[in-house]
Write a protein that binds this ligand. Structure first.
Ligand code: NAD
Length: 415
């Protein structure tokens, strides 16, 4: 049996045992509804053929059509895709979106493809999974290494296959192709709103906080920008080459410009900025640590060394199950991924609504609606924690999601 299902079943049981809902109601959530694996073959620019393993998993559709990104990364495997699809199911329920959860992935190193090869791969992917996709079936979106350009090729190919313009079949499209304003900022901004709600609720404290980010891509850079504008100090950021540290606070705008030039932090030179090993970001002296890169970064061997009092999980699954209990014992508050990074899927939902109504919104309106929706989700998680007297925000978030999902399952079935 795959270990991801051990994790999934553990997370489910921890939450179910706190509720009075019979455990068998959730039997449908123990395994995915559908997972399709394919072998994609494309031609390279030199006319040779190359193949890639690819997957799409629709985990649970109780609450509506399934929704989830497509990841292109060399570490992608079927287990990871299924795990991420499960997290999407929980995330959509917490955010109150009318969606189930899905995920897709291709095991590929995009840095080794030309732009034309990437386009062929994007088109091949959507062709292989076209029968599963649609505005009322399953709505893919971007994830790591699949930005607006990849989604634009996929949306175009999907329309060609169907012989019809399906605006709402994929989200995260460029604005010129009926994408939503504000999608680029959405996940980082959502994380910022969630953190503020937690601070206001008294679960974590502070003015002029010291914050560290692991990773400095799309999500971390926007979140850091909004927090710095509020007067908090971004004391550390990292990429795969190095961690930059400055106790007085780094210049976030300068770092964003530096990264836009595709440069590595290991080459960064600035007075008062120390260049450390990438992993040191996790154990630096700070109040809030925001992992915003890869999964399983905080594990049993480093969880005990974390000095932050709060972890804001901007990445998906950055804290392992074993690390979770060590952090709990050390009174470190973990703001879980299924809440902290839900800003992206919320604005993807706004894109789906705009595509279906033909009414397109200004960026300020998108941000305002995002703020209201994600603040409500964060407040609901805090209420659940109090009502069910559970210690962790993760368990509270899962209880909230499972109650939403159970309500639909019960409504659809004879008592
Ligand atoms: P991105 O590709 O823009 O940025 C990832 C960053 O991680 C880069 O700065 C990269 O250098 C860094 N990185 C890679 N390996 C690292 C390592 N070993 N140590 C330190 N840094 C490392 O990706 P993103 O869109 O910012 O996504 C980041 C995380 O957030 C991912 O886990 C993703 O699944 C999650 N997420 C993203 C969104 C979204 O809308 N983009 C939504 C939900 C969740």
């Amino acid at each position: 049996m795959s270990s991801i299902f051990d994790t999934i079943h553990h997370r489910l049981s921890q939450a179910i045992q706190c509720t009075d809902i019979p455990e068998d109601v959730f039997n449908g959530l123990r395994y995915p509804e559908k997972t399709l694996a394919v072998n994609l073959v494309i031609r390279r620019d030199d006319r040779s053929f190359v193949n890639f393993k690819a997957w799409r998993c629709q985990y649970d559709s109780s609450r509506g059509p399934t929704k989830g990104g497509i990841r292109f990364h060399p570490s992608v495997c079927m287990d990871e895709v299924m795990h991420l699809a499960f997290l999407m199911t929980i995330k959509c329920a917490i955010a109150g979106l009318p969606f189930g959860g899905a995920k897709g992935g291709v095991c590929v190193d995009v840095k080794k493809l030309s732009e034309h090869e990437l386009e062929r791969l994007a088109r091949a992917y959507i062709k292989a999974f076209a029968s599963m996709v649609g505005p009322d079936k399953d709505i893919p979106a971007p994830d790591m290494y699949t930005g607006g350009a990849v989604l634009a090729w996929m949306a175009d190919e999907f329309d060609r296959i169907q012989g019809k313009k399906y605006r709402a079949a994929l989200t995260g499209k460029p604005v010129a192709m009926n994408g939503s304003q504000g999608r680029i900022e959405a996940t980082g901004l959502g994380g910022y709103y969630v953190l503020n709600t937690m601070i206001e609720s008294g679960l974590c404290s502070g003015e002029s906080l010291k914050i560290g980010f692991q990773g400095f891509g799309n999500v971390a850079s926007f979140c850091a920008r909004y927090l710095a504008e509020d007067g908090h100090r971004i004391v550390a950021v990292s990429d795969s080459s190095a961690c930059l540290f400055c106790a007085e606070g780094l210049d976030v705008e300068a770092l964003i410009r530096y990264k836009d030039e595709q440069r590595r932090f290991s080459d960064y030179e600035q007075e008062k900025v120390e260049v450390l090993e990438p992993a040191e970001v996790l154990t630096i002296d700070c109040d809030i640590l925001a992992p915003a890169a890869l999964a399983d970064q905080i594990h049993k061997d480093n969880a005990g060394q974390i000095k932050a009092s709060v972890i804001l999980e901007l990445a998906n699954a950055p804290v392992t199950e074993e690390a979770d209990s060590i952090l709990q014992d050390n009174n470190v508050v973990v703001i879980p991924d299924v809440l902290a990074n839900s800003g992206g899927v919320i604005v993807s939902y706004f894109e789906w609504v705009q595509n279906r109504t033909g009414d397109y919104w200004q960026k300020e309106y998108v941000f305002e609606r995002l703020r209201k929706q994600i603040e409500k989700a964060a407040a609901d998680v805090v209420c659940c924690k109090e009502e069910y007297q559970v210690e962790s925000l993760r368990t509270a978030a899962y209880i909230l999601a499972l109650k939403e999902i159970a309500e639909v399952i019960m409504a659809k079935n004879v008592k």
